[in-house]
Structures are given as C-alpha cells and as structure tokens.
Design a protein around this ligand. Structure first.
Ligand SMILES: [Mg+2]
Length: 427
C-alpha cells in the first residue's frame, strides 16, 4: 500500500468567550483536518490544532511522505524528523502558547495512518495500540470563567428558550455561584464525575472561592485547578495550604520544572502538568528535579498515539500518574483520544476535554455521545468516524471568512479590556 495524497483542510469552529491566563478565546477555534489517501482507495483521517504554521509544515511534509507505506510508521516518523530536525525550546514559543509544529505533523500523519491500517485490517485503532484495557474512557467536566455568549455566529444569539447545558454554556461564569451553575449544566448533560476549573484568569482568591463553592456543591467530585503557570511560588504555597484535601491535583500553578519542584516541597497535593514537561526531551530534567506527579499527555503534542503509549510506560516506571490534556477540538481528535485512553494501561485520572464547549462537528452523525461522563471506544475499523463533507465545507468557509490564522487570546482580550497584556507570571 502507498500513500498517494494528503489533503489539508483548515476549519474554524464556534468557540465561547472563555477566559484563561493568556486572555480570551476568539469566537472561533481553529483546527486542521487531514485526509491521507492511498492507492487502494482507503482514506485515513486525523485532526490537529489549527495554525497556518502547522498547515504549511504539513504541506512541506507531503512530498516526503507520498509513496511511503502507511504501515511503516517508524519510517514516516523518521522521515519527518530528518526533514525538519528537532524544534528547540525557543522555537516552541512556550509563552503563552506552545507553537510546536513537528509533533503536530507527526501526530497528523500517524493517526491518519492508523485509521488506514485499521480500515485495511478491519480492526479499531485501539486494537493497533494493544487492545482495550477499558471500554469506557472517563472524562472530566472542564469549567471556564467566561463572558456571556457562545462564540461564532451564536455570539449575539441570546437564545431565550435555551435550557440546561445549552443555556449554561451561554451564560456568564465569573462568580462562585455562576461556576456552580455551569458545573450543574455540564454534569447534567454529560454525567462527568470529576471537575476541572481553568484558572489563571481571576485573582487567586476569587478562583479558590469558586473551588470551595464547587466542593460544597459536589462533595464527592474530584476537583482540579489549572492556573496555567501564572502564579508565583509564594502564591501557590499559600493557596495550596487551603486546598489540601480538596483538590485531586493542582495543574501547573507555577511556571517551569524548577518552580514546580520548589512548590512540591510545600504541599501534599499532587502536581500535574501539560506545561513544564511536554516532550520526551523534558523527561530527564523532570525526573532529576521531581517537578510533577502527573503528566497530562496529549497525542497532538507528544507526536501521536504510539508515542503517548510509550509515555504512559515511562510515567508508570518513574511513579508519575498520567492523564490527558485537551484544546478546543471536534470528533476526530475525540475519537483518537478515546482509542488511546482505552488502550493505555497506565491512565490514572479522567481525561480533559473541551468537547462540551464546541457545537460544530465534522463527523457523520454529529456530536459523539457521553454516558456517565465516559465515551465507549468504537469497535468499528480504524477510528470509527467518517467525515461529514457538508459540514467540513461549511467550517472551512468559516475559516476563510473569520480571518484567523493562529490562536491569539491576547488580541481577543484587548477587544474587551483595551491595553490588556499577557504576563507570564501575574499573581
Ligand atoms: Mg493545563
């Protein structure tokens, strides 16, 4: 079998005005949909975070990969490494966004090839990763402080008849009471059992007040707070004392492995990261410093599903827990996350997903279903999802019309708060 072509389609999906340490989500989140075509008529799908940089890198990789066998994943990964070399930490652009491209290219190619291999052999991707150790993959509710609105063309739709999650998704979320209402709406709809609050947007005292309110409203739910590395070590030490026994884990309260290791000496709350240990190159210093307890993998950032399985083994070996990080995404990424989550033997927490915040979808059948906070892994060949070409075309038109080429939450925030600037450490 040979790869004959790669189609790269950037899309823009509506995204609510969610607040975070880097600013405000734009009305549209960007994703790129990849279709790898083969000489036997099978097409494989994948999805990666959208940026013109990653799309250009994918287009550059296309010529080197056409003609290779989709089964030969090691050769394909090696071809990309040889073509692009390794990205340095400076090239990743860690503040505020990790803008690595090569791992995205590798992830895009690997997932689409696994989809092809699955379709060719009649086996689901989970079977290609070792088979399922769990059929239901649990996810966590992912709460955001937010302004009123639902993003995209719904931005000005006040939806007076909306109820349940449809209403809660549009509502303002700034006070502890509003955050409890957001959690109730999301949990009623999806059945999540763990709750993550994206922090780093408001004063630490306000965010901790929301955690207390959530703890009171959902006493049995494991809680997580993620200030996106914007707190000083002293600030994190102070609030960690108050959050002992309440947080399941504290995600990137401070910036960098050294600061995380310093904080760890002052708290028994497990520390998790998707910011200070985000690639295999970061692991030696992570182990030497003891910078975190849990690594939040992300197959888009670790170079694919097999790389994430390798990471889970390393986490197990070195006593790290493992779970998964997420960005705004649609169903192809979710399907890939579920196959990975079903196959990873060492997966110790419910996974993150932004999925409830997105209304648009590119897969046939619309949004994937959650039951009791979990998604059941598909037994269909490959990823088990099919492209809805009408929706893909519509969302590609959105991309062309919205004018965004990469994520920049600072510019969006400045539209609401003129002069607002991102700060790597704010409180
Ligand atoms: Mg995070």
């Amino acid at each position: 079998m040979k790869i004959t072509d790669i189609k790269i389609t950037p899309i823009a999906v509506s995204d609510p005005p969610l607040l975070n340490a880097a600013g405000l989500h734009a009305p549209y989140a960007l994703r790129t949909i990849i279709e790898i075509e083969t000489d036997i008529g099978i097409t494989g799908l994948s999805e990666i975070p959208g940026s013109s940089g990653a799309d250009e890198a994918l287009a550059e990789a296309r010529d080197a990969v056409i003609g290779l066998d989709p089964f030969h994943l090691s050769r394909i990964m090696q071809t990309i490494t040889q073509q692009f070399g390794k990205e340095t930490r400076a090239e990743r652009g860690l503040s505020p966004w990790d803008s690595r491209k090569i791992v995205h290219v590798q992830s895009a190619l690997e997932v689409a090839c696994l989809d092809i291999i699955g379709k060719d052999t009649g086996r689901p991707v989970v079977d290609l990763l070792g088979g399922p150790v769990r059929e239901q993959v649990p996810f966590s509710a992912y709460l955001f402080f937010k302004h009123r609105g639902a993003g995209g063309e719904l931005e000005f739709n006040t939806a007076p008849k909306a109820t349940g999650w449809a209403a809660a998704r549009q509502a303002e979320g700034l006070t502890p009471e509003q955050m409890v209402a957001q959690a109730q709406g999301m949990i009623e709809e999806y059945g999540f059992r763990s709750i993550k609050l994206k922090g780093g947007a408001l004063e630490p005292a306000q965010e901790v007040a929301s955690i207390h309110a959530l703890h009171k409203a959902f006493p049995d739910a494991p809680l997580r707070l993620d200030p996106n590395a914007i707190w000083k070590v002293e600030t994190a030490v102070k609030w960690a004392k108050e959050l002992e026994g309440i947080l399941e884990y504290f995600e990137d309260p401070v910036r960098g492995q050294e600061n995380m290791a310093r904080l760890k000496k002052h708290t028994s709350i497990p520390l998790a990261t998707n910011m200070c240990t985000t690639s295999f190159e970061d692991l030696p210093s992570s182990i030497a410093l003891g910078s975190e307890d849990i690594i939040l993998s992300d197959h888009h950032f670790w170079g694919g599903l097999k790389a994430s399985i390798e990471l889970s083994r390393i986490c197990e070996t070195f006593g790290r827990g493992m779970s998964m990080h997420s960005n705004s995404h649609v169903g192809i990424s979710l399907a890939a996350m579920v196959h990975l989550g079903a196959a990873a033997r060492h997966l110790t927490y419910a996974l993150d997903t932004h999925y409830p915040w997105q209304e648009d979808e590119v897969i046939v059948g619309g949004k994937m279903k959650f039951e009791e906070g979990a998604v059941t892994v598909s037994r269909e060949p490959g990823l088990g999802v099919e492209l809805d070409r009408t929706e893909l075309a519509r969302l590609h038109e959105n991309y062309k019309r919205c004018g965004l080429t990469h994520r920049n939450d600072e510019i969006e925030m400045q539209k609401v708060e003129p002069g607002w600037k991102f700060a790597a450490v704010r409180w």
